[in-house]
Design a protein around this ligand. Structure first.
Ligand SMILES: Cc1cc2nc3c(=O)[nH]c(=O)nc-3n(C[C@H](O)[C@H](O)[C@H](O)COP(=O)(O)OP(=O)(O)OC[C@H]3O[C@@H](n4cnc5c(N)ncnc54)[C@H](O)[C@@H]3O)c2cc1C
Length: 399
């Protein structure tokens, strides 16, 4: 018996899912549309976050088994660079979220993973990071506030002086002293849902740069279930060496690289535009040298970023001095050289297109944004760590 004709009709091919790069482009387009207003008002780019939710990009690092895109650190780097070309705040918001997701994927209790990862993949969970604390500054491996273990779970009472996207996050990863800490170094990482916390904001957000990161001060109080501790109690150091620092340094560097590359691209397009013909002397040795320097700095950061990514992907143990030195060196170099590349460009094009807010080069904003890079985990602190690590490697083993 022949099958009914309708069954013989070829199935319409399933619509192809957009690639990760397509999703990133989509978010970048939305970010560009709203950039000027958020920059002026120092407000959070809600439209770009909504697009990250709708495109599934918030689930970039969520494994496919939990409904995510199953992306890699190379994907985070490409996304951070592409978004950084448009808006460094949006780029940092995204890569910092990915850093939190990577920690959950690797270290969360299976029950928490099963609860949370599908929510992130579905775009319902944007995560913020709480590590900085008053009194200890940026020092990552200590905390001054203790978690208290009770019958209902773990009680959180934490002041966080700077939380990117803190008023828009659906959940927070927070460092605190573990319940049985004997010193400030016994640090645990815990996850808290927004609805498990009272969040009280203090002060305004009106910074020099990174204005739309909306990195406000919050007091967080509430209680979370015991299985919300990420990794072992008191062992935040392991999370830092294996996930937090690698993902932060690769991701941040990508954003800064993208910001500098975007700035150079806009300058070159302006210099070569027909409208500009005759206005700038493209044979000026000073101009050519400054463009060359900016490009050299950008290519240097790019090369170091790629080398560090390959090393991180291949290294069986990320805690060894050689790898930690490379990761810290990447962060320091990217922060310094991306900023200096844009500074070179300000000199290259001068007052009108280097210093005024309304220039299409947007150098003025890029420079202010990139000024945060050396502070966002202080380069000085990393140099002290690297000095100690350098002493441990008398052979100076190079990767
Ligand atoms: C745009 C932006 C967004 C941020 N978002 C977040 C966020 O979402 N969550 C979060 O937790 N944090 C966030 N941070 C904070 C960031 O990660 C750093 O921790 C913070 O900027 C450090 O603050 P600080 O410069 O006051 O402190 P410190 O690290 O204490 O540094 C202050 C200065 O003191 C000197 N210094 C002090 N002590 C030492 C020491 N022992 N060794 C060497 N130098 C020392 C350094 O020169 C340094 O420049 C953000 C920062 C920025 C700029």
């Amino acid at each position: 018996m022949s099958a009914p004709a309708v069954l013989l009709e070829p199935h319409a091919p399933a619509p192809e899912a957009p690639s990760i790069d397509d999703r990133v482009r989509d978010v970048a387009t939305v970010a560009a549309e709203h950039l000027a207003r958020h920059e002026r008002d120092a407000t959070f780019p809600v439209e770009a976050l909504d697009r990250m939710r709708d495109t599934g990009l918030l689930g970039l690092l969520v494994p496919r088994t939990h409904g995510g895109l199953g992306g890699t650190s190379a994907d985070v780097i490409r996304a951070g660079t592409a978004l950084g070309r448009v808006d460094m705040s949006v780029a940092m918001i995204f890569v910092m979220h990915c850093q939190q997701v990577a920690a959950l994927v690797r270290f969360a209790h299976p029950r928490l993973r099963d609860e949370l990862l599908p929510e992130i993949a579905a775009g319902r969970h944007y995560l913020a990071s709480v590590t900085t604390e008053s009194g200890k500054g940026g020092h990552l491996l200590t905390s001054q506030s203790a978690l208290t273990a009770g019958q209902d779970g773990l009680a959180v009472d934490r002041f966080a002086p700077i939380v990117t996207g803190g008023e828009h996050a659906d959940g927070f990863l927070v460092t605190m002293q573990s319940p049985h800490a004997t010193s400030a170094q016994d640090v645990s990482l815990v996850y808290a849902h927004r609805d498990q916390l009272e969040t009280e904001r203090s002060g305004d957000w009106d910074p020099l740069g990174m204005r739309s990161s909306h990195s406000v001060a919050l007091r967080l109080t509430g209680t979370v279930p015991a299985h919300h501790v990420i990794g072992e109690h008191g062992d935040f150091r392991t999370i830092v060496t294996t996930v937090f620092a690698p993902m932060a340094h690769l991701g941040w560097s990508a954003c800064w690289l993208g910001t500098a590359a975007g700035a150079l691209s806009r300058v070159v397009k302006l210099l070569r535009s027909p409208k500009n013909r005759g206005r700038a002397d493209l044979d000026s040795e000073l101009l050519l040298t400054r463009l060359s320097r900016a490009r050299q700095r950008i290519d240097t950061v790019h090369a170091l970023l790629e080398q560090t990514r390959r090393t991180v992907e291949a290294a069986p143990d990320l805690s060894v001095p050689r790898v930690q030195l490379l990761l810290n060196g990447l962060k320091i170099t990217a922060a310094e050289q991306s900023y200096r590349a844009v500074d070179d460009l300000v000199d290259a094009v001068g007052m009108r297109h280097g210093y005024l807010k309304d220039s299409p080069t947007r150098l003025e904003q890029s420079l202010r944004d990139l000024r945060s890079a050396a502070l966002n985990y202080s380069n000085d602190r990393l140099h002290l760590v690297d000095g100690k690590l350098a002493l441990l490697d008398s052979e100076v083993r190079l990767d």
